[in-house]
Design a protein around this ligand. Structure first.
Ligand code: NAP
Length: 502
């Protein structure tokens, strides 16, 4: 790993030739006797270590944040918070090469994908101003009845205190920046819990925030395995949980968390619906990017292609030829377009799901070969009446693998899409406005992309799922609702209680 500049020296030390990272807890850089290995998916070797926290240290930090930190951020004027985000974005741009290197090494992203994530994070920080416009309330006159005629109320949106932001491995920088912006611009303190496989970026990002003047006691980065999070998740001092991750982990979080406010961005994988009048030459490359981008390790990855008969054969040939152009390998090689999967466990799940599909009547049209955690992009053809039995239909497999199925008309597309337990996004390719209109009305998803592959991007267009894909929306301005609560303040100008009129 590239040596970090002098400004970052207080956040790590070097031992046995590798960096050992501390973490940031309510204003302090904290170390410990115990560290956990951080591996690179490129060669599955340990390139760094990160401090292992115990529950007492976390509890102390939470105490400081609850008593002080949540007020420090709330008492920082909005314009100052925005200025801090701007400075953080500038620092991110200044140090971007270090962030890009870590995203390549720790996530196995191609350099282009890593650059894209850093750009998106900087842009999200800069656009915090747009969130502010959603932080407003109401005035309610008391004219409704004789009992309230002397009174009136304001209903304001208030920060709830502390947001626990739990982030997945796949966008370790953008997800942290996004959750930080909407939670803290609304006036909450934030505890960030990054994925155990990719926590370094969040630690580095905390350093930038410290340098930019973010209120120190209002942020902590918790390096704790997900299966030890119960105590924190259920702690009453946490009022909001913003979780991005798999449906299975999300359900655990809600079970432990109990009554709180939630933003749950969960998994699913998306269908691409190709109408008879779609242009296959334009559609195939877009679907291919939707399948293979970041090795299919995106919640908005295309996992199903349902194509009308008229366009099916032509699209099949073109998809195969597009998939052949994808070069799998070490993402540090500039000619490689698809890197490894995050670990071998997911690669094994891909192998299992390919065998399962073949056993149930599927045919591999392309790919499927595995070398450790490197897998070729995989396209499997199967008839519609066999589809619902597949492992891949019932569970999200977080890799570049998609199912290709011929359908007769859009009613079959709707039925096959809506019968899945997930409902994140869908893509529609084609021109017939009446078919598109019906699909946009009937698909049970959070977002629909017409003539493009699904891409959540920075959330300029809000996104979020239905059914097992989650609740709440992430998007500029939209998440404010989930991280704040209404508070009604009733003024009675006569100084007599409203009920005294009765
Ligand atoms: P994951 O295994 O579910 O982990 C996500 C985060 O949750 C990690 O920080 C994990 O910590 C933590 N966690 C796991 N169990 C927990 C528990 N019981 N209590 C509290 N925290 C817990 O998911 P992943 O493999 O990192 O990410 C891939 C998944 O995220 C996919 O399903 C993908 O679709 C979804 N995703 C959704 C969106 C969206 O916008 N809808 C965006 C990106 C990703 P550890 O790492 O320590 O286990």
């Amino acid at each position: 790993m590239k040596e970090l500049p002098q400004e970052f020296k207080d956040i790590y030390f070097v031992q046995d030739g590798i960096p050992y990272f501390k973490t940031f807890l309510a204003g302090e850089w904290v170390s410990s006797q115990e560290f956990q290995d951080i591996k690179s998916p490129i060669d599955l070797t340990t390139f760094s270590k990160v401090v292992k926290l115990n529950s007492q240290v976390i509890d102390n930090a939470l105490d400081i944040m609850y008593k002080r930190g949540k007020w420090d951020i709330r008492d920082t004027p909005g314009e100052k918070r925005i200025a801090i985000f701007q400075r953080t974005a500038e620092l991110l741009e200044r140090y971007k090469d270090y962030f890009i290197d870590i995203l390549v090494l720790n996530n196995g992203k191609t350099r282009a994908a890593a650059e894209g994530e850093v750009r998106a994070a900087a842009e999200r920080l800069k656009l915090a101003e747009l969130d502010v416009r959603k932080i407003y309330g109401d005035y309610v006159p008391g004219d409704w009845s004789n009992e309230s005629i002397e009174a009136e109320a304001i209903v304001k949106r208030e920060p709830l205190g502390i947001v626990l932001a739990i982030t997945p491995f796949n966008y370790p920088l953008f997800d942290v920046a996004n959750k930080l912006v909407y939670s803290t611009i609304a006036g909450n303190a934030i505890i960030i819990k990054p994925a155990s496989s990719t926590p370094i970026i969040a630690i580095l990002f905390a350093k930038l925030l410290e340098m930019a003047g973010f209120p120190k006691r209002s942020i902590s980065i918790i390096t704790l395995p997900g299966n030890q999070m119960d105590k924190l998740v259920s702690d009453p001092r946490i009022s909001v949980i913003s979780f991005t991750g798999s449906t299975e982990s999300g359900k655990e979080v809600i079970r432990s968390g109990g009554i709180k406010q939630y933003v749950m961005e969960l998994g699913g994988g998306d269908p691409a619906l190709v109408l008879s009048d779609a242009d296959p030459e334009q559609t195939a490359p877009k679907i291919t990017v939707g399948i293979t981008s970041y090795s299919g390790q995106r919640c908005d990855s295309i996992k199903f292609i349902f194509a009308e008969e008229e366009v099916y054969d032509k699209l099949k040939d073109l998809l195969i030829s597009e998939l052949k152009k994808v070069k799998v390998g070490d993402p540090r090689d500039g000619s490689v377009t698809m890197g490894p999967l995050i670990d071998e466990r997911t690669a094994e799940e891909v192998e299992y799901s390919v065998k399962d599909a073949i056993n149930k009547g599927g045919k591999v049209l392309y790919g499927g070969n595995r070398n450790k955690n490197y897998i070729e992009p995989t396209l499997i053809e199967i008839e519609k009446d066999k589809l619902k039995d597949l492992y891949l239909y019932n569970k999200e497999v977080f890799a570049s693998i998609a199912i290709f199925t011929k359908v007769k008309g859009i009613d079959e597309m709707i039925e096959l899409s809506n019968s899945r337990r997930y409902g994140l996004d869908a893509a529609i390719f084609g021109e017939d406005i009446n078919k598109i209109r019906k699909l946009t009305r009937m698909l049970e998803v959070g977002a629909i992309y017409i003539n493009d592959y699904p891409k959540h991007g920075i959330g300029y267009f809000p996104f979020g799922g239905r059914k097992d894909s989650g609740v709440g929306r992430e998007g500029i301005g939209y998440t404010i609702e989930s991280v704040t609560a209404y508070k009604t303040i009733v003024y009675n100008y006569k100084g007599r209680g409203v009920w005294e009129y009765m």
